[in-house]
Ligand binder design. Structure first.
Ligand SMILES: *Cc1c(COP(=O)(O)O)cnc(C)c1O
Length: 332
C-alpha cells in the first residue's frame, strides 16, 4: 500500500489528535475510550469529508475542471466542506440540497451548514425529499457543460474509490499514532452513512494487516443494506489501489441506533450528545456522531467490549449542525 501514488492536495490539519476520554470512560465504568478528532481537520470547521476532498479535489484539478458540483441533505457537512475546499483552491462550487429531513423551519433551511455554504461562495439549490439526486447531479453537470463550464461531479458524501483514499490514509495515520503511544487498538467505532469513511478505514486497517476491527453505527440503512453498500465501495477501493479483495466479514455494522430514519432525532442521540459535551467537552452532531456515540455507549452498557479493551471513537465532525437543531437540546 503506497498512498503517495495518488494525487492529493493539502486541505486538512493533520494528523488529527488521538486522545483518551477518561471522564466518559469513568462514567461508563470502562472500557478505555479514546477519540480520534477528525472534527478537527480544520477546513471551515472541519469534519471527515475534508480527507476525502484532498484526493477528490486533486483529481478535479488534474482533469482541468473549474467547478465542483455535489449533493447532500440540507444540513450536509459534506457540502459545506466541499464549498470550503472549492474556495480554498479557487474553483466554483454548486451544491444541490435534498430536503431529506422533515424540517422546513427557517433555521434548518438557512442557518448552520447552509449559511456556511453560501458564506463560502457556493451556489445552493433545493430539491424535494426523495428526489433522484444522482440523476440530478448528472443533469446539472450536463447543464454546466452546455454553458462551457468544466464540472467535476462529487457523489453524495464524497464516497467513491477516490474519496475513500482519505480514510485509508486516516487508518494508517491512526496506527502510526497508536504505535507511538504504545496503544493497542482493539476496536474502532464510528458513524456510517454514505460509506466512504468506513470503506476507507476497512481497507486501511485490513490492508495493513493491523487486525483492528471497524464497527459502523448506521445512521440511515438497515444492517444488511449498509454492509452491502460498504462492501461495494471496499471492493472499488481495493481495485483502485491494486490491493487484494477484503472479505465481507471485515465489514461490521450495527443498525440499532438509527431510530426513525436519517436525521430523525432519538433519545439516545440526545443523551450521547449531552454526555460527550459534559464529560469531555466534545461537541457531537444530531445526525451522525450523536447516533454513533449513542451506539458506542449502548454497546458499552451491554457489555459488548472487554473491560480492558481500548476502543477508539472516530469523531467525524458535524457539530455545526447543532446550531440548526438547538431546540432538540432544550433544557440541556
Ligand atoms: C458524512 C458524515 C458521516 C458519515 O460518513 P460517510 O463517509 O458518509 O459514511 C459521519 N459523520 C459526519 C459528521 C458526517 O458529516
Amino acid at each position: 500500500m503506497h498512498l503517495a501514488r495518488f494525487p492529493r492536495v493539502h486541505l486538512a490539519h493533520l494528523p488529527t489528535p488521538l486522545e483518551p476520554m477518561p471522564r466518559l470512560s469513568g462514567l461508563l465504568g470502562g472500557p478505555r475510550l479514546w477519540i480520534k478528532r477528525d472534527d478537527c481537520t480544520g477546513l471551515a470547521t472541519g469534519g471527515n469529508k475534508t480527507r476525502k476532498l484532498e484526493y477528490l479535489v486533486a483529481d478535479a484539478l488534474d482533469q482541468g475542471c473549474d467547478t465542483l458540483v455535489t449533493v447532500g441533505a440540507v444540513q450536509s457537512n459534506h457540502c459545506r466542506q466541499t464549498a470550503a475546499a472549492a474556495a480554498k483552491v479557487g474553483l466554483d462550487c454548486e451544491i444541490l440540497l435534498e430536503r431529506r429531513v422533515d424540517d422546513s423551519s427557517d433555521v434548518y433551511e438557512n442557518s448552520a451548514n447552509v449559511f456556511l455554504d453560501r458564506l463560502l461562495g457556493a451556489q445552493v439549490s433545493f430539491f424535494p425529499g426523495g428526489h433522484d439526486m444522482k440523476a440530478e447531479l448528472i443533469a446539472h453537470g450536463q447543464r454546466l457543460e452546455a454553458t462551457g463550464a468544466r464540472p467535476y461531479l462529487i457523489p453524495g458524501g464524497g464516497s467513491n474509490a477516490v474519496g475513500a483514499l482519505g480514510y485509508v490514509q486516516c487508518a494508517l495515520e491512526t496506527l502510526r499514532q497508536a504505535d507511538d503511544l504504545g496503544l493497542v487498538i482493539d476496536h474502532v467505532v464510528m458513524a456510517t452513512g454514505s460509506t466512504g469513511t468506513q470503506a476507507g478505514l476497512v481497507v486501511g486497517f485490513t490492508g495493513s494487516g493491523s487486525g483492528v476491527p471497524v464497527l459502523g453505527i448506521s445512521t440511515r440503512h438497515p444492517e444488511a443494506t449498509q454492509i452491502a453498500n460498504v462492501k461495494r465501495l471496499v471492493d472499488q477501493t481495493t481495485a483502485h489501489m491494486g490491493l487484494p479483495e477484503v472479505d465481507v466479514e471485515h465489514v461490521l455494522v450495527n443498525d440499532e441506533y438509527v431510530g426513525g430514519g436519517y436525521g430523525v432525532p432519538t433519545e439516545s442521540m440526545v443523551e450521547a450528545v449531552r454526555m460527550a459535551a459534559q464529560t469531555e467537552a466534545v461537541l457531537l452532531d444530531p445526525v451522525y456522531t450523536g447516533k454513533g456515540m449513542a451506539g458506542l455507549i449502548g454497546l458499552v452498557r451491554a457489555g459488548h467490549f472487554d473491560p480492558d479493551a481500548n476502543v477508539v471513537f472516530l469523531h467525524t465532525g458535524g457539530s455545526v449542525g447543532l446550531f440548526a437543531q438547538e431546540s432538540l437540546f432544550d433544557g440541556a
